[in-house]
Design a protein around this ligand. Structure first.
Ligand code: GUN
Ligand code: FE
Length: 476
């Protein structure tokens, strides 16, 4: 819950009510629970008259290789680009968009409605399922410019039980790839249609899926469109997501397209698109003014290290953003700039990219290396803050929702060999437990994968249970 500091809740009993809200938490209950059992202890502590049969218990109190972690929040993922995973290595952004990305996204705008819906059904159901399997309980998706299939993505998130922000991509000025764009009026009309659909589909008791205003990035948006989207986000209090400062050629392009704006970041600010619920993907090459502006506006930078390496965009100095500028930073897979839909993979890449940055910037005063604690924060609380859900998800606390993954280092298909070597730390003291679980977390981060994420809950509802679903769900 705190940047740079792991919090390990030892032998903690957590009660979750029917609405998926955590309504009880108590630490260090191991002995009492062993004596009288979880249910009796829970009843005794809460003084509630609950029927035993209405309570489900997940007990890992005697399991030294399992732990719960808040669900991952992927704050930047293009659901529509899932079929392109692994394709386009080293192709710089603007060429990559034209060669790989716009042609794929155009498949979602086919005139034949049935064909495009069938394609979208296949792609979107797979990406929602796969991200859940990887422990992503909340995702902020870019879909495409197409309204029909973007509505379908929102329906599929809701059906699968994933918390999601779904953005119809807005772009009305794609001069380099004119086959993939809409005119201003069509764009506005179809976005309104999508947003009102999304607002209508949630059941009254729980809002799981929300719309998000999604100007793709400044180079493909007219001033009129940016202006409209900025006032819409203000009026309807909607979150915003876009791309910022990913590639040096892109930055030059923005400079020529918007000469009246001070810098790339201020293009968005000038159109009221920098809010405290704005997610700025990449944001690699920022100057001091831009960092200060983002900090002042309370916007979030979605760090996408896998993509930044894969399409050679650069190494983002996120440690500096976090600690020098106090900017909130979250993580994004950026599928398919990033080649895996997994935030655990993104955690690894963020740490390794920061090591590389350190190796060739040693003369600079700011040490850019990220710790595991920094990145787990970005993957959970940083993400929650980015999407405006810092009081709802991202950590374990009474009043928050149970959006959680169960990690088992010894899951049946685990790729991790266990040696028991770390058990020597467990000598009964609190420090030993912290040391032990810190090591466990590190082992999982660097050597684990989605096979170790065995159960996932969103809003208190179990949405993945690998013990029940068997093979076929695992090993990305
Ligand atoms: N900038 C504009 N569009 C995109 C996109 O689809 N992916 C990435 N990585 N950057 C972009
Ligand atoms: Fe992206």
């Amino acid at each position: 819950p705190t940047l740079g500091k792991l919090e390990i809740l030892k032998y903690t009993l957590v009660g979750v009510d029917k609405s998926g809200t955590i309504d009880f938490m108590k630490q260090d209950v191991h002995n009492e629970v062993q004596d009288i059992g979880v249910l009796s202890f829970y009843k005794q502590e809460t003084k509630r008259t609950v029927s035993t049969s209405s309570i489900k218990v997940v007990d890992i109190s005697n399991e030294q290789l399992k732990f719960f972690l808040p669900g991952f929040i992927d704050t930047h993922i293009h659901a529509s680009q899932y079929p392109n995973l692994g394709v386009g290595l080293g192709c710089p952004l603007l060429e990559w968009l034209n060669e790989y990305t716009f042609p794929l996204e155009s498949s979602f705008t086919e005139n034949n409605r049935e064909e495009k819906l069938a394609f979208a059904q296949d792609v979107y159901s797979k990406v929602v399922k796969k991200t859940l399997v990887c422990g992503t309980t909340c995702a902020s998706y870019f879909a495409t410019i197409d309204a029909d299939t973007t509505r379908l993505l929102a329906d599929l998130c809701l059906e699968a039980g994933q918390r999601a922000f779904v953005g119809k991509v807005c772009m009305d000025d794609n001069s380099v790839y004119p086959e993939y764009q809409e005119d201003y009026d069509t764009c506005v009309k179809s976005m309104e249609e999508v947003n009102s659909h999304i607002e209508s589909i949630n059941p009254k008791s729980e809002v799981l899926v929300k719309p998000i205003v999604t100007p793709r990035f400044a180079p493909v948006c007219s001033r009129k469109l940016l202006s409209y989207l900025g006032s819409l986000a203000d009026e309807k209090n909607l979150p915003v997501q876009t791309h910022l400062s990913e590639n040096t050629k892109e930055i030059e392009l923005v400079r020529t397209l918007f000469p009246e704006c001070k810098n790339y970041t201020s293009v968005y600010d000038d159109y009221h698109l920098l809010k405290d619920t704005t997610i700025l993907a990449h944001s690699i090459h920022l100057d001091n003014d831009e960092c200060n502006l983002i900090q002042k506006k309370g916007s979030t930078i979605a760090h996408c290290p896998m993509s930044n390496s894969f399409i050679s965009s650069g190494e983002s100095p996120v440690k500096k953003y976090l600690y020098k500028y106090n900017i909130n930073v979250s993580l994004g897979t950026d599928v398919s700039g990033g080649f895996k839909p997994s935030i655990l993979e993104t955690v690894k890449h963020s740490i390794l990219a920061s090591q590389h940055l350190h190796m060739h910037t040693k003369h600079e005063s700011f040490d850019p290396r990220l710790t595991v604690a920094d990145t787990i924060y970005m993957a959970t609380m940083g993400g929650a803050t980015g999407v405006g859900l810092q009081n709802v998800v991202g950590s374990f606390a009474v009043g928050k929702k149970w959006d959680t993954q169960l990690i088992e280092l010894d899951s049946s298909d685990s790729n991790i060999d266990i040696f028991g070597w770390n058990d020597r730390f467990l000598d009964g003291t609190k420090e030993s437990v912290i040391k032990y679980y810190t090591n466990l977390l590190n082992i999982w981060v660097f050597t684990g994968d989605d096979r170790n994420c065995t159960k996932v809950w969103c809003n208190g509802r179990k949405v993945i249970d690998k013990s029940k679903q068997g093979a076929g769900m695992t090993a990305i």
